[in-house]
Design a protein around this ligand. Structure first.
Ligand code: ZN
Length: 457
């Protein structure tokens, strides 16, 4: 059994690992590299392996950095299946089509070619096979010299439908973590325990060197921020990631406005077709809900709808938001303000001191969100210099990733630690610190992987 790393090695995007076992070649995730511009040059590098030789592709979850290059596999001749949970399958289609739309826009405006076409996305969807959590999947021996391989998906508690994957073959057991969720996340169930008797775990390490603010405080902080913004009578803008973060915000606002009545009714707009599409998927798979969300759902509460909420799918619906006087809340993508409808709202509202910009997620260097968060003013928005007079606030507790404590608990929680841990999906500083703690605290042999590294298990 061998694992080779072709992405998310000493960085947090482009997840792509190849497992060779039982005579089969199995790819785990094939995500977009997202450094700097949307179409990072690395995405255009030719694939090192031949997709025609792959036997199966396992997909852990629907984030762009895990699914963004799946269509490239089809474009380059892959004819096998893609396996993921049913929700991941549906969310992945939304994410891939949204990415394609952005790439087509960039092609028209800047002449940057798209990585693939709509037919390639359709090709992925045709080959997608849904697999439920805990439902054993057997990858049959189809060629001479191959053995059957057993695969099981477990709930990773990271975003809706997310999984970590156990592969059993050649008498060995290996887990691919995908991304591991934060603690006490609304809607989602907790990350399932790591299976025992593992020969290796390929584990993400995004926050391997960080401890988050307590998640339980997120709603308290949100209530305070909304109340203050409303007292100023202005507009509260929340740039939000379409998957998970937005649904968690809607869930919290539903609780604060309709159930607990701690916030007054006011106009709230969800201005993102992608987030609205993703919310539909959240409504469909209620079996993924945690106990609290399930109880509310069974009592007839719509978790993602409440008094005053308007979903804006079309451009016309989006433009109508301008005519509604404050106070009002606008939730719109993109989460780091590097595109999407939030940019139009920022252009209109950032220069008024009654307004508020509330940041709820990680802001990468170079993005508009990061510049504003760092206090830059004026900022360039669609060619205009905008002086930032609005209040700028941030809540860190909404992170979708587990922190160092969560990762250590997950890897060491079963009492019997894995024989080997291979750390990917992290900046080198984060991964190195986690590797050190794994060795010192748990006595685990931990390696920070690099691109192209092939490890014998
Ligand atoms: Zn993720």
């Amino acid at each position: 059994m061998f694992v080779t790393f072709y992405g998310a090695a000493r960085e947090v995007t482009g997840s792509n690992s190849l497992l060779e076992t039982g005579g089969q070649k199995i790819l785990v995730d094939c995500g977009m590299f997202q450094g700097g511009e949307f179409n990072s040059d690395k995405n255009f590098n030719p694939l090192v392996y031949d997709p025609r030789e792959l036997d199966a592709v396992l997909v852990t979850h629907a984030h762009l950095d895990h699914v963004g290059r799946l269509p490239l596999l089809v474009k380059n001749g892959y004819e096998g299946h893609f396996f993921a949970t049913p929700a991941t399958r549906e969310l992945a289609e939304l994410i891939m089509l949204d990415a394609l739309e952005i790439m087509e826009y960039n092609e028209r405006k800047m002449g940057i070619p798209t990585l693939y076409h709509a037919t390639d996305v359709a090709g992925v969807m045709q080959r997608f096979k849904p697999v439920n959590y805990h439902e054993g999947l057997d990858l049959p021996a189809r060629k001479k010299g191959q053995e059957e391989i057993k695969v099981t998906f477990f709930d990773a508690g990271h975003i809706f439908g997310s999984a970590f994957v156990l592969v059993e073959s050649e008498g060995k057991r290996i887990v691919f973590s995908g991304d591991i969720g934060n603690v006490i996340v609304p809607i989602l169930k907790d990350t399932e325990s790591l299976p025992v008797k593992l020969d290796a775990v390929v584990c993400e390490s995004t926050y391997g060197n960080r401890i988050h603010e307590p998640s339980a405080e997120r709603q308290v902080i949100l209530e305070k921020m909304v109340t203050e913004a409303m007292q100023r009578g202005g507009v509260l803008m929340i740039p939000s990631f379409s998957l998970e973060r937005t649904q968690e915000l809607l869930y919290a606002l539903n609780d604060l406005i309709d159930r607990k009545k701690r916030l007054p009714r006011l106009p709230i707009f969800l201005d993102s077709p992608l987030a609205i599409g993703a919310t539909r998927v959240y409504r469909k798979y209620v079996e993924y809900y945690d106990d609290e969300a399930m109880k509310l759902h069974k009592n007839g509460d719509d978790l993602f709808d409440f008094t005053g909420l308007t979903m804006c799918e079309t451009r016309e619906e989006s433009k109508k938001i301008n005519r509604v006087p404050g106070p009002k809340i606008i939730i719109a993508g993109a989460g780091m303000m590097n595109g999407g409808r939030i940019v139009h709202h920022a252009l209109r509202y950032l220069s008024d001191e009654r307004n508020t910009l509330l940041i709820v997620g990680y802001q990468a260097k170079g993005t508009l969100g990061r510049k504003i968060l760092d206090g830059e003013s004026p900022v360039n928005i669609m060619g205009e210099q905008v002086v930032v007079k609005a209040h700028v606030e941030a809540i860190g507790a909404f992170s979708a990733h587990g922190d160092q404590d969560k990762l250590l608990d997950w890897l060491g929680g079963g009492g019997e630690v894995p024989k080997k841990v291979l750390l990917n999906h992290g900046e080198p500083e984060a991964s190195e610190v986690l590797a050190k703690r794994l060795k010192e605290d748990l006595g685990v042999k931990a390696t920070v992987v690099s691109e192209g590294l092939r490890v014998k298990i």
